[in-house]
Design a binder for this molecule. Structure first.
Ligand code: HEM
Length: 397
């Protein structure tokens, strides 16, 4: 009997021990899993914050380049389209999707339409000259407003003078650079940290103090200078002055920039909004620059030296989106009607109600409508023309 009890007690102890061990392993695993999830979520939040910051920076610099935007319409791709999309994305009521893809597709067309509607322009979704002009005017106003706010919030502070968004630069390009400014020769790391605020992976915002030199009876002030990459061989520098003044940019591939031997961009017209398009640059090369403005009283304001890299790494233009038949098939109603005609995918949704031949067009929603279309409209110019602006991508098997 004693023996039986002893065996019972021993096995109970052993069993209890193994249960505890099992339970704690499971809990440990759970904790490890949760910790992993927390780490991954934290990383995602950090990435999102970074992305948000870079959009804000891009948006701040974009206003200065909008004047360059040419006419655009659906189907176009490229850097200009990106600028347009970034600017549109600044207003969620106009471009709620806010996608910056570089492809002028349906979403961009609809956003441009909303913009045109809001500003009493002809609503056709094309970024034509009239729309571009209205666009620039509006962003000019927004920019002035922002600058006013910036000035007010900076009152009494030591104003940063150069604020450059340098795309595609590496941190070493900025951080290794020697700053020769006598007003600010304290080049310790803490100071660098303050000045080089990280944007996205490839964008850095650089803020440097400026100094006024020359015959300055009343103070001539200069806004931040934004630097934005226009192409791999050209950069746009832009700034404003509080009074009409001329504009000069000295730039060179060696530092310090010597005003006697550097390349010079200049505009003698005395205005307050300055844009210097530096072109013919070497791609992927670091350029150092000093920007300055002089007013009618010969008061001169000049930035300390800044730098940028003429990037050969312009954002990749995405290729035209592709659709499979399975993807097209999910848009098979009047509420969302995609169709394939001769290898191209069209979004016919906005056209269904306008189709002169009536609702029969619904028969090709979600399908390859090539044969129906050519049987009905083969060789006709109007139907073919109507399709042009409805293109959203190419068909893949
Ligand atoms: C895929 C997109 C289509 C587009 C963009 C389109 C466009 C047009 C246009 C512009 C017209 C007026 C023709 C003119 O006045 O010159 C028209 C008329 C018409 N369409 Fe379509 N169509 C499409 C598909 C279809 C399909 C799939 C059918 C039938 C299977 C169809 C049947 C008709 C008919 C019956 C008329 C009226 C008769 C006529 O004026 O020729 N359409 N369509």
């Amino acid at each position: 009997m004693k023996k039986t009890v002893a065996i019972f007690i021993m096995s109970a102890v052993l069993f209890a021990g193994s249960t505890t061990a099992f339970a704690s392993t499971t809990t440990d695993q759970l904790i490890a899993q949760l910790q992993q999830q927390i780490a991954s979520l934290t990383a995602q939040v950090a990435a999102l914050l970074e992305a948000q910051k870079s959009v804000a920076i891009t948006q701040a610099s974009i206003n200065t380049t909008l004047g360059l935007l040419g006419e655009m319409s659906e189907g176009m791709t490229g850097e200009q389209v990106k600028l347009l999309q970034t600017a549109l994305a600044g207003d969620a009521s106009i471009y709620p999707e806010g996608k910056v893809t570089g492809y002028y597709g349906k979403l961009t067309r609809e956003a441009v339409k909303r913009f045109q509607k809001k500003h009493g322009l002809r609503i056709d979704g094309k970024f034509d000259r009239k729309t571009a002009e209205a666009f620039e005017k509006i962003f000019e106003i927004a920019k002035k407003e922002r600058e006013k706010n910036e000035r007010e919030s900076n009152k009494g502070n030591a104003l940063p003078c150069v604020s450059a968004v340098v795309s595609g630069s590496t941190s070493s390009t900025l951080e290794d650079r020697d700053d020769d400014d006598e007003e600010d020769d304290d080049s310790d790391d803490r100071d660098n940290e303050k000045r080089y605020e990280r944007g996205s992976k490839n964008d850095y915002r650089l803020s440097l103090p400026c100094r006024e030199v020359g015959n300055s009876t009343t103070s001539l002030t200069m806004s931040t200078v934004t630097v934005s990459s226009v192409s791999s061989t050209s950069e746009m520098l832009a700034w404003t002055t509080n009074r009409p003044a001329d504009a000069k940019v000295f730039y060179a591939t060696t530092s310090p920039v010597s005003t006697t031997s550097a390349l010079v961009w200049s505009d003698g017209t005395r205005i307050t909004s300055h844009r210097a398009l530096l072109s013919g640059l070497f791609a992927n090369t670091t350029y150092y620059f000093v920007a300055e403005s002089t007013d009618a009283n010969n008061a001169k304001i000049t930035t300390v030296e800044g730098s940028f890299v003429a990037t050969g790494t312009l954002p990749q233009v995405p290729s035209t989106p592709t659709f499979t038949l399975a993807q097209v098939a999910t848009h098979n109603t009047a509420a969302s009607c995609y169709s394939v005609v001769s290898g191209t995918v069209y979004d016919l949704t906005s056209y269904v109600a306008a189709h002169p031949g009536g609702s029969i067009i619904l028969a090709i929603c979600g399908k390859d409508g090539t044969s129906s279309f050519s049987a009905q409209h083969g060789g006709q110019a109007n139907p073919a023309n109507a399709l042009v602006s409805l293109k959203i991508g190419t068909f893949v098997q």
